[in-house]
Design a protein around this ligand. Structure first.
Ligand SMILES: *Cc1c(COP(=O)(O)O)cnc(C)c1O
Length: 412
């Protein structure tokens, strides 16, 4: 008997559909657009409903095309199971509502994606206490923990100021206390980092960003890494305990989160994301090297003030980022020197597009205070260290010289 060698990241994604059995010889998983799934024997339909057999019954709970993507994301993250959603926010919101109860506490990084902060505000209004801490130091997380803490939620690299969470030490803390550790891996993607390696129980990915990569489909996912002991989690309903304990959490997320809230990933979008994922590892190399080259260039420019990028030796978590991720991601931000209007500057860029997305193959830039952080107001922005002139850049895969040339002429 031959022992199967583990395949590399890209090989395993490229051949994932074929491993599951090619339909009609198609090398991509076909688009399954049916809303309902019929069975010749009604007993088989009942068996799928009751979880005694695998299968599909109604499109809101998933379809074979998104199921094939779930397998790929599980492989990318080295997990045991994944549920896909229509968007990243759909994934986070559904998982929170499926797992948390009134009176529970969540300890979260204070440097989170803006819409996640807003969502956590909604949770607070429903009786789930959310405590925000500076998660660049695990000691701050530790001092916020109480007997009611059910979950710690962090991102890998924060957007837009690029703080790196103290991921390894927070993981040790959570596992010692039996607390569910949730890591949003969107900024790094599984090509740079697997949160399982620092003890995360659940991993969030906004598939919209690097995994899809082409800015042509929205999607989100929750992956169970298999590390969390769900028998320690008090909020699992009795009827989701029929399978082995490692499946309890993801089962409840699929039923209470996906089925009941209905943020289903459509087959067409699952297909676009699966095609994009084939080149994730290749694209990340170029994206990260472009970000580093631009951050270096801007650091030395007299019209540029502070530059925030974990790849710079001056970044407070530079060595942490290097040891965790190897490369440092495709997001950096910088402040313009006083007297330069950020809108005038952005309008002078010829290649770089003013846009709010990130993780696209194209380089995108956005004036943070005036757009994605506008709603929270000037005082909150100041508290988060967001200067009014701050510009966030998401580097794509263009030729590096073209990008540097574009910034040079726009600053000239
Ligand atoms: C974009 C993003 C999300 C939300 O993803 P959508 O697909 O836009 O809903 C969540 N977390 C992070 C870190 C993101 O960058």
């Amino acid at each position: 008997m031959s022992i199967e060698k583990p395949r590399g990241f890209t090989t395993s994604i490229l051949h994932s559909d074929a491993d599951a059995g090619i339909e009609h010889g198609a090398l991509h998983k076909p688009l399954h657009l049916s809303v309902a799934y019929g069975y010749q024997d009604a007993r088989d339909l009942a068996a799928v409903f009751q979880g005694r057999a695998q299968g599909y019954v109604y499109g809101r709970q998933g379809n074979p095309t998104s199921g094939a993507l779930e397998v790929k994301v599980t492989k990318m993250e080295g997990g045991v199971a994944t549920v896909c959603f229509a968007t990243g926010m759909g994934a986070i919101g559904a998982a929170m509502l499926a797992l948390l109860r009134e009176g529970d506490q969540v300890v979260a990084s204070q440097f989170l994606f803006g819409n996640t902060v807003s969502l956590f505000g909604t949770l607070s209004a429903h009786g789930i206490e959310v405590t925000f801490v500076d998660a660049t130091d695990a000691a701050n997380v530790e001092s916020a923990l109480t007997a009611k803490t059910r979950m710690v939620f962090v991102e890998t690299i924060a957007n837009p100021r690029t703080q790196v969470a103290d991921l390894g030490r927070i993981g040790k803390l959570c596992s010692a206390r039996g607390i569910l550790y949730v890591v949003d891996n969107t900024m790094t993607s599984p090509a740079l980092f697997r949160p399982r390696e620092v003890g995360a129980g659940l991993v969030v990915n906004a598939l919209t960003k690097y995994i899809g990569g082409h800015g042509n489909a929205l999607g989100g996912s929750i992956t169970d890494t298999g590390l969390y002991d769900w028998t320690k989690f008090p909020n699992i309903a009795e009827n989701y305990k029929s399978q082995p304990a490692k499946m309890w959490g993801i089962q409840q997320i699929r039923k209470k989160g996906l089925r009941d809230w209905g943020g289903t990933l459509a087959a067409m979008d699952a297909h676009h994301i699966a095609v994009g994922a084939e080149t994730l590892a290749l694209r990340m190399v170029r994206t990260c090297s472009n970000a580093l080259a631009l951050a270096d260039y801007l650091c030395a420019h007299p019209k540029v003030g502070a530059v925030y990028y974990p790849g710079l030796a001056s970044h407070p978590q530079h060595s942490l980022s290097k040891s965790l991720f190897g490369a440092h991601g495709g997001i950096f931000s910088f402040e313009l020197e006083e007297g330069i209007d950020c809108f005038d500057f952005l309008n002078r860029l010829e290649i770089v597009v003013s846009s709010s997305n990130l993780g696209d193959n194209r380089t995108l830039a956005i004036p943070v205070a005036h757009t994605i952080f506008w709603e929270m107001g000037a005082e909150r922005r100041k508290g988060m260290g967001i200067a009014e002139s701050l510009i966030r850049v998401s580097t794509g895969i263009e030729d590096c010289e073209d990008l540097i040339g574009d910034f040079r002429q726009a600053l000239g």
